[in-house]
Design a protein. Structure first.
Length: 246
């Protein structure tokens, strides 16, 4: 469904992706782990066409993203929902209006239909009672849930999560992990989760890919990653200071 093949990307004179290969199957949850600054978020941006590779191929449903014009990129992005790291809510819009915005901009729905869809997504994420609040008046966990409601309001085929548990306490992080699982099961979506939180990775993943040096060094099930003998993977998942990672 979604594939990156031999993808290279240089930013500011620094090689971020260096021959990255990754394939995500339809309906699975792929978790990409790696250190901060290793290129995880850059990889997500390539998937949705926010960045294009310097070389290599990115394909979604067999369509090569690199070859699309602006209209093609716009159509491609309709397949995706994107949960940004900090929710990325628009500060001057209420929670309700943040969630409704994609429907108002990208569909011909009338007000009543928009209201029905928005209220349904907010109820699904336990945010209905907070719908009229402003982003400044809700907690970090609520901002994540509101951002997730906005990400799924157009019923995307693929959801990209950028550090969904970052900044959350263990209870809220656990709840967010369960929401990712529940949304996959309820909506049947393909999910790609970027994180350095191994508790989250093991909880939500069908498969985990370790990104290091601009490449995927190992891909496997949670159990396969737990028992990996790759020194880079072992250092990362155990949080050790000593090892091949600088």
């Amino acid at each position: 469904m979604l594939e990156l093949r031999d993808v290279h990307k240089n930013l500011g004179g620094e090689t971020v992706l260096n021959g990255l290969d990754l394939k995500v199957e339809r309906g699975e949850t792929m978790v990409i782990i790696g250190r901060s600054g290793s290129g995880k978020s850059v990889t997500l941006k390539h998937m949705v066409g926010l960045m294009l590779p310097d070389s290599g191929r990115v394909t979604v449903d067999g369509v090569e993203v690199n070859t699309l014009d602006k209209d093609g990129i716009f159509k491609l992005r309709r397949k995706f929902g994107f949960l940004f790291q900090f929710g990325a809510l628009i500060n001057w819009l209420s929670v309700y209006d943040n969630v409704a915005l994609p429907l108002r901009e990208h569909t011909t729905m009338g007000p009543d239909e928009i209201d029905s869809v928005v209220q349904g997504k907010l109820r699904m994420l336990d945010m209905a009672e907070h719908s009229r609040k402003m982003p400044a008046d809700i907690s970090g966990g609520m901002k994540k849930r509101a951002g997730l409601a906005r990400a799924v309001v157009l019923d995307p085929e693929i959801i990209l999560y950028d550090e969904p548990t970052s900044g959350l306490d263990p209870v809220l992080a656990s709840r967010t992990n369960q929401l990712i699982i529940d949304i996959r099961e309820e909506l049947g979506v393909t999910s790609v989760v970027v994180t350095h939180d191994m508790v989250s990775a093991y909880k939500v993943a069908d498969r985990i890919a370790m990104l290091y040096g601009g490449r995927i060094v190992q891909t496997g099930t949670p159990d396969e990653i737990r028992s990996s003998d790759d020194p880079v993977v072992r250092q990362f998942i155990e949080g050790r200071m000593e090892g091949p990672m600088e």
